[in-house]
Write a protein that binds this ligand. Structure first.
Ligand code: T6T
Length: 329
């Protein structure tokens, strides 16, 4: 069974482990949903956090393939910005077309609750993929990495890289994003156990790579002895790498980043980043489809499912290329 297999994969991996959008955008693999009548019983819609981002593109690929296997159609409609104000009108537009199920990565743990409750009240089955609402009564199932554990894994990895001493900084995305908040929390909790490490706290890049680069510049000015950085997602890690490159601190300041976009993989290869914590976005998408279809077909649904994660370094990157995220399906 898919879920059981994925859980087994996760265990293995961790042991080894070491538009602003009012109109909805149809991403490259999707098609527009239109429905002038009632619910379309075979139509699913994936609403990612933001359009054209390798994590969500990989998720879409997994979800679309699984939906086709199960005899359903899956379209993707995404906001152009990772923001509740941009995602809400996309969701409202999708709900008006009455698909049978929605897979959504809510961009804010509380701000997306109202619009999603309305979707549920319209009789649409809701499954959360990656991020989640604080209110657990809206979605039938939530599929994600174990983000707290991922943060702790990042702390252990960074501590080793800096020789368990010096100052370390967390660059997080946007407060209120369930996943990255959990990663930062897991990191901060775990880093406390290293007496030689000073935690400089958490700064937010608003999910903009350029802001992460500026945070690096400012932090290096205030703390020239900065030893390490944990970047909680793709945008923060890509931007942190750029910041370190601009400051000529490559390799001197160790960088551990969540995710494995093509740019992040290039940065790992170049030695700008020392470790990546790759997730399984295709698995999250496929498992999300399994769950929403189970709900639609009156079969049992699993409330919370955790998927694989793996820490990848330059040494083992070739062996782990299957975990790298895609730009197209
Ligand atoms: O890290 C992923 C995702 O898990 C997170 O919730 C938001 O950022 C990403 O999409 C990467 O940009």
């Amino acid at each position: 069974m898919r879920v059981a297999n994925r859980t087994a994969v996760k265990r293995t991996v961790i042991v080894i482990g070491a538009m602003v959008a009012v109109g909805a955008l149809v991403t490259s693999c999707g098609g527009k949903v239109s429905n002038s009548g009632g619910t379309d019983s075979k139509q699913l819609v994936l609403i990612p956090g933001v359009a054209d981002e390798p994590f969500y593109i990989s998720m879409q690929c997994g979800a679309r393939d699984e939906a086709a296997k199960l005899g359903y159609r899956l379209d993707t409609q995404a906001p152009t910005k990772f923001d509740a104000g941009a995602q809400t009108p996309v969701l409202t537009g999708v709900v008006a077309n009455r698909p049978a199920g929605i897979l959504i990565a809510p961009t804010h743990a509380t701000a997306m609750a109202g619009p999603l409750e309305q979707a549920k009240d319209a009789g649409i089955k809701i499954v959360e993929v990656d991020t989640a609402l604080q209110n657990t009564s809206v979605a039938l199932s939530s599929i994600s990495s174990d983000n707290k554990k991922g943060g702790a894994l990042a702390a252990a990895t960074l501590a080793k890289l800096v020789g368990e001493k010096g100052s370390v900084l967390v660059i997080n995305t946007k407060a209120g994003t369930s996943t990255t908040d959990e990663r930062a929390e897991g990191f901060q909790d775990a880093i406390k156990s290293y007496s030689g490490i000073t935690a400089l706290g958490v700064q937010y890049n608003n999910n903009e790579a350029a802001q992460a680069a500026s945070i690096i510049t400012a932090t290096l000015a205030a703390h020239p002895d900065l030893a390490g950085v944990f970047a909680t997602n793709l945008s923060s890690a890509e931007g942190a790498a750029t910041g370190l490159r601009n400051a000529n601190k490559l390799g001197q300041v160790k960088l551990v980043g969540f995710d494995a976009s093509p740019k992040q993989v290039e940065d790992l290869k170049a030695g700008t980043v020392q470790a990546l914590i790759a997730q399984d976005p295709a698995g999250i998408g496929a498992t999300g489809v399994d769950q929403v279809v189970a709900a639609l077909e009156g079969k049992p649904v699993t409330r919370n499912i955790q998927t694989a994660m793996i820490a990848i370094t330059q040494t083992d990157m070739n062996a782990n290329a299957k975990y790298f995220y895609k730009r197209t399906c």
